[in-house]
Design a protein. Structure first.
Length: 620
């Protein structure tokens, strides 16, 4: 609608000025603009030309008019709110603002609110909003209150930021008070207490600290150098960290030493000016006592573990070896820590590694006790038989937390078992050979004797010689020879006596220095010589006419070397292969009992067996 000079007060006003000029005010109780009172015109003119959010509520219904700066306040209600009654526009907050409007209309006194919370509905959702606003009465020409002049702005973001900050301060304050660690803030170069939480007060044994300097309320720390340290941190701006530092506090009239972890952290403002020092401390006295107890316990454990002959080891639940006692390193000769983890497997005999790994993996998977026999490499390079045992330790929930194991040297027992088995096999073998030999003696005597008497004499003589030789290798229940020491030459003579003479052999030669054999050594040597002689009588030089046997022994340093050589008119190359029982018996006795070595070699006319034996073992 067009406006005459009477409507000039609506000139300008931006977007809202245009909306007001175009509005059909004649259809409202306010009537045409030309009829509006001067008081309304003046107030609205001020509003439209103000850059501050301003609104006019006019008439009994408080019809709404407002400027561009105020238009964002009603949000999606703009521009619908223009010309509407206040109660209709602000129905969601009328319980709050309605009484405020009414009081201004009734008394004419102005009203102001700051950070007033108004639950305004925006986007279909009621939101908590905050406002600064004022209501001022507008009097008409008759001096009666005809409207309300409203100015204000939203402070929601500011209030929420303030509330969030307050919450954060409250949270930090609560955390500060409840923090298990001792916390304090010292202000200025004199280190005056600004803040000290309960944990700090409890640590130092004082309560009245705030506003006082460290050197005044905690004089005991001055002599311990802590105020000098605070001065250094304050001046240099470099923090200081202390670990388990002993500190003596004067608590309730007596001195008490504690161990403390602490941090002195300098505090600076935005431009780098020093403000004070942040102090954080933790009392680790009980931890240090526990660590000391653990160290004492570990030392006792190591002392016990290293005082016994067994090798002791321990692993994590996954089987990772992380401890071996001194006996392990004494036995193996390897450097400390070199067998940690999985490296221990390399100490086992190659033939035992896969089997041992399989058994250990089974125990790790099931928690069943570990038990196995294997050969472990000694520092000398020799592999010795061991029994490996281990048990797991579980926590209260049944989870495995540790494995503890031992290695026990059973090499002597293992060798004794093998020796006993060899002895049983030898006795069985000897009986069979004895029957064969006796049968051969009888058969040869029958072929060479002309009369039964001559045959009987021949057989009787050989049997007596055989009995004399066997007297040297009679065994007690413990597997030891019953006679005393014997010379090597006598032993050779008596072992060979049943097989020499007559037509049984061509020639023989025995040569070597005098050598006394100990009781145990005589047993082993008798077994070796008897086996060789029996084989020679069954297959070699003592069987065939024209055969020749040579036995020589020499001493060099700590070694006795025995050479047994046979020459046969018709040699059997497969007699000495090193794989038969006799060969195994000889090899086991030489290597196991005499710590020596034996070589088997065939020649064009027979074979040679050479044995190298430790003299020390021959005297036993």
């Amino acid at each position: 609608m067009g406006l005459d000079a009477a409507g000039a007060f609506l000139d300008g006003g931006g977007r809202m000025g245009q909306l007001i000029r175009d509005y059909d005010w004649a259809s409202t109780p306010l009537g045409p603009v030309q009829t509006w009172p001067q008081s309304l015109r003046s107030a609205l003119s001020i509003s439209l030309n103000s850059s501050f959010p301003t609104a006019i509520y006019w008439g009994p219904e408080l019809r709404l008019l407002y400027n561009d700066a105020w238009s964002p306040i009603p949000a999606e209600r703009h521009p619908w709110a223009l010309g509407r009654p206040a109660a209709e526009v602000w129905g969601d907050i009328w319980e709050v603002v309605g009484p405020q409007f009414a009081k201004v209309l009734e008394t004419g006194e102005g009203f102001s609110a700051y950070d007033q919370m108004l639950p305004i509905k925006r986007g279909g959702i009621v939101q908590e909003t905050y406002w600064n606003y004022s209501f001022t009465a507008i009097r008409g020409e008759d001096n009666r209150i005809s409207g309300i002049f409203n100015q204000g702005n939203e402070t929601t973001q500011i209030v929420q930021a303030r509330l969030n900050a307050a919450k954060e301060v409250s949270r930090l304050s609560r955390m500060f008070r409840q923090a298990p660690g001792a916390i304090a803030i010292l202000r200025g170069p004199d280190h005056v207490f600004d803040i000290a939480n309960p944990a700090y007060l409890d640590l130092v044994g004082k309560q009245d600290l705030l506003g006082k300097a460290v050197r005044d309320v905690l004089p005991e720390v001055v002599d311990q150098g802590f105020t000098d340290l605070l001065d250094q941190v304050y001046c240099t701006g470099e923090p200081h960290v202390g670990r388990a530092v002993p500190v003596a506090f004067n608590r309730s009239g007596h001195t008490e030493q504690r161990h403390v972890d602490f941090v002195f952290q300098p505090i600076s403002d935005e431009v780098g000016a020093r403000q004070g020092i942040f102090v954080q401390a933790t009392d680790v006295t009980e931890t240090m006592r526990a660590l000391t107890a653990v160290r004492d316990s570990e030392q006792k454990y190591h002392a016990i573990a290293n005082s016994i002959d067994q090798m002791i080891w321990s692993t994590r639940p996954d089987g990772y070896h992380d401890y071996f006692n001194d006996r392990w390193y004494d036995f193996t000769g390897v450097p400390q820590g070199s067998t940690d983890g999985q490296a221990w497997k390399g100490m086992f005999h190659p033939e035992d590694q896969d089997r041992t790994t399989e058994v250990w993996a089974g125990s790790l998977a099931t928690g069943k006790p570990y038990h196995i026999e294997y050969r472990l490499r000694h520092r000398s390079g020799e592999y010795r038989w061991m029994i490996g045992r281990a048990q797991c330790v579980r926590d209260e929930s049944g989870q495995i937390v540790r494995w503890y194991g031992t290695c026990t040297d059973i090499h002597a027992i293992k060798m004794a078992e093998e020796s006993r088995q060899l002895l049983l096999d030898e006795l069985n073998h000897r009986v069979k050979n004895l029957f064969t030999l006796v049968g051969g003696i009888v058969s040869m005597a029958a072929r060479t004797s002309e009369t039964p008497a001559e045959m009987a004499a021949s057989v009787q003589g050989r049997m007596q010689a055989l009995a004399q030789a066997h007297n040297l290798i009679r065994f007690s229940g413990q597997g030891t020879i019953t006679s005393g020491t014997v010379s090597l030459s006598d032993l050779v003579d008596q072992i060979l006596a049943p097989h020499l003479g007559g037509d049984l052999v061509g020639a023989s030669l025995c040569d070597g220095p005098q050598m006394q054999l100990g009781e145990r050594a005589a047993t082993g040597m008798a077994l070796i010589l008897h086996e060789l002689a029996t084989n020679a009588a069954k297959y070699g030089a003592l069987l065939q006419p024209g055969g020749h046997l040579t036995i020589r022994w020499t001493v060099s340093g700590s070694t006795l070397t025995i050479t047994w050589a046979e020459e046969c008119p018709t040699p059997k190359p497969d007699v000495v292969s090193g794989s038969g029982f006799g060969s195994r018996l000889i090899k086991a006795t030489v290597e196991g009992q005499f710590m020596g070595r034996v070589d088997f070699a065939s020649t064009a006319s027979g074979f040679v067996i050479q044995m190298e034996l430790e003299l020390e073992q021959l005297l036993a």
